[in-house]
Design a protein around this ligand. Sequence first.
Ligand code: UD1
Ligand code: MG
Length: 431
Amino acid sequence: MAEGKIRRRSGSAKPDSTHQQDPAAGVDDDVVRNAPVLTIKWTKLAILALFLLTPYLSLLYLLPIERGLMRSILINLAMSVVGFGGTILLIPVASKYVLRRNMFGYDINKRGSAAGKVKVPESLGLVSGIVFLVVAILFQHFIFSQENSISDSYPPENAWLTEYYAALASICFMIFLGFVDDVLDIPWRVKLFLPSIAALPLLMAYAGRTNIVIPKPLRPTLGFNELDLGWIYKLYMGLLAVFCTNSINILAGVNGLEVGQTVIISCAVLIHNVMQISRSEETRHAHAFSLYIMQPFVATSLGLLAFNWYPSSVFVGDTYTYFAGMALAVVGILGHFSETMLLFFLPQILNFLYSIPQLFKIVPCPRHRLPSFDPHSGLLIGSNDMNLVNLFLRWFGRCSEQQLCIRLLIFQVLCCGFCFGLRYLMAGWYK
Ligand code: UD1
Ligand code: MG
């Protein structure tokens, strides 16, 4: 985590009830008292949400979707809006608690200015994660329970219930391990593998297809249309979880970037799902399943982004980056569109490939691979560290932190658009 970040007072493993008798408690109370007021960036959030959600909501309205299924989607959507409100209300409360446990970070990209001395509460992705889980768990009441089945054409199916719970268990496990990482600051080589442990519930419960469809151009050479990968498919699922989580975590460190990129990918997934639901009878349930997870995920992420956008009032922590990566990996796997998902991850793939020399220590890798901040001009200057954040600064010149975030997010939008274009061009030819 951040340089100079104080994780927790040594020896204060007990809960807050013991705080009053602790001589150091006054210091903690000062931390809370002197904490900056959290600001919600409503205007910027509204612009971003309008830009990202309008295409999805328009498609939902315009495309022909079976009535019962549409009702489920709308109930899920309404619950997600409540989840958004819950996240907005709970983040200021949780911020006080994390500050009291001395979990804060210093904003590295403001180092040298007054804003760089502010203790920014950390790991607030925990709130998004918990609210998301509550919404997702409550929603099963409407979709899976026998008595409350609201759609004749979408009957309760035990197989789906198992997968739904396995998905939630993996996401929950990942939130927990992400929070453990935020608290304990686990070394890189260990934390790289945390997602493979968190993915275990999903891998063990997975009873779906383990075969892949061979791309059409390769079929004449290979002589078959499908290939059953067996356990290798499960290995692929585990690796996908490791990639999605870590690749989001290393494209980070700029206010709003972690949540921003995730929300854009999730909106692209929503658009893909709604188009596939109306197009293909065969994969309809898989895409509906993805929608039920993605809608509350986007809503709770937007609630977090409201506080995390520049200038960040809270940091999301590895709790969020891991939670986000696992949520996306899970829907990609269970929705059977992991290849499309990987195309949406193009910036993260490029960032990972470019980072390899530093990740594998061929080139020295500092604790934070972030730009340097010039307090006089207020602009960021790209360092020699090998990631997209620095590359953008070197290629497109110095800019403010907010501009840098917007540039990187525009790149994410362009990559998702490219993915849709590629899918459209290759439809019928590739598979
Ligand atoms: C990953 C990156 C690291 C990057 C860090 C930023 C690799 C190998 N690791 O490490 O280079 O610096 O994420 O999250 O690529 N912070 C800010 N501004 C922000 C967000 C975070 O200054 O907008 C700082 C804060 O001090 C915060 C800390 O980064 O406390 C969080 O870092 P952490 O998530 O623990 O770093 P890693 O995930 O290990
Ligand atoms: Mg991180």
